[in-house]
Design a protein around this ligand. Structure first.
Ligand code: PHE
Length: 342
């Protein structure tokens, strides 16, 4: 019996076979257990010999089972280690790496430059109400500026005749939201996406602006001009760039100025600071008293300037990209060429 089981245990191929053997030998109805039960029918002399022998056999079988079980587990682990090994010295497979989109890069650069001038970054929703996008900014519903903005309107459910939400046409609503939240004095920029139904070489229906707002007790147009000049010099990394301030009109600023940057477009190549072309990059002015009032700031106590810069235009100028639409074509070859390594 002993040899039979020790051989069987030794030859068992896996844990299931081993368990079967255990039941067969020392389980409740196992061969050894049954023999132990028959001890009762023996004479005391026989029992004295057979009893210890059977107990020793049972212990030996149990020990052999345990030893084989751990040997099987070791073998299984060895087998796994043999198949799942990894050579950490192999050269890595080349990975396709993404890049930072020029618009994201420029947004970062612009934010960093204005941060140095003490502007905090503010945010607002891209889907907004006509109060924030127009009315609060002194553009009432009959005002021609609304029609000129090529606004995208969200549709309402049938029967819901509240005024529709709109895709913001500029970042100026963030002026109102920021002043409502933190009052004056305030110095913020608000970069983000804006939307207008317009499409050609220098217009896409979604584009990017960065709003600037600086309100204090004695903030003036001269401060605006200085800020913008410092910004343009820092952004284009030059000591001098020609800027053209053109008198303009925005309902939310008075007086207002549009600012152009000197550039040339020779053979489809765009260059900043030379030639006799101009590219408009921003609108600006002194915040209209009504706008301050609409945002809960007292215009008798506070005044200041605001500007809205076209981020996409800045990127075109800085990287000599003549067609704005390329930014949003998602052409991987283009993105690889103009993208920035993270
Ligand atoms: N919101 C204006 C536009 O989109 C730009 C602007 C911002 C003008 C702030 C003046 C002050 O054209």
């Amino acid at each position: 019996l002993r040899d039979k089981y020790l051989t069987l245990i030794n030859d068992a191929g896996d844990e299931a076979a081993l368990e079967e053997l255990r039941v067969q030998a020392v389980g409740k109805k196992g061969e050894i257990s049954l023999q132990m039960r028959s001890l009762g029918k023996m004479s005391p002399e026989e029992r004295q010999v057979a009893g210890p022998a059977l107990n020793a056999l049972k212990d030996e079988i149990n020990a052999a089972l345990a030893a084989k079980k751990s040997a099987l587990a070791d073998a299984a682990l060895d087998a796994r280690l043999a198949t799942e090994w990894l050579d950490v010295t192999l050269p890595a497979r080349p990975q396709r790496q993404g890049s930072i989109h020029p618009i994201s890069q420029v947004t970062e650069e612009v934010s960093a430059i204005f941060a140095d001038m003490g502007f905090a970054v503010a945010e607002g929703p891209q889907i907004d109400t006509d109060w924030y996008v127009f009315d609060a900014l002194n553009i009432p519903s009959h005002h021609p500026a609304r029609a000129e903005m090529d606004t995208f309107y969200m549709s309402r459910a049938e029967g819901d005749d509240r005024a529709p939400h709109i895709l913001r046409t500029h970042t100026s609503p963030v002026q109102i939201r920021s002043m409502e939240k933190q009052g004056a004095p305030i110095r913020i920029i608000a970069p983000g996406r804006v939307y207008r139904a317009d499409y050609d070489q220098t217009h896409t229906p979604m584009f990017h602006q960065v709003e600037g707002l600086c309100i204090g007790k004695d903030v003036s147009m001269a401060n605006l001009k200085w800020c913008l000049e410092e910004f343009v010099k820092a952004f284009f990394e030059v000591d001098h760039v020609e800027l053209r301030f053109r008198a303009s009109h925005f309902p939310f600023t008075e007086p207002s100025a549009e600012v152009d940057i000197q550039c040339s477009w020779e053979n489809g190549v765009l260059k900043v600071g030379e030639g006799d072309d101009w590219m408009e990059i921003l609108g600006s002015g002194m915040v209209h008293p009504k706008v301050l009032e609409n945002a809960g700031v007292d215009p008798k106590e506070y005044q200041g300037f605001a500007f809205g810069i076209g981020i996409d235009r800045l990127a075109m100028l800085k990287y000599g990209i003549p067609d704005l639409r390329a930014f949003f074509d998602s052409d991987l070859r283009w993105l690889k060429h103009y993208g920035f390594t993270p």
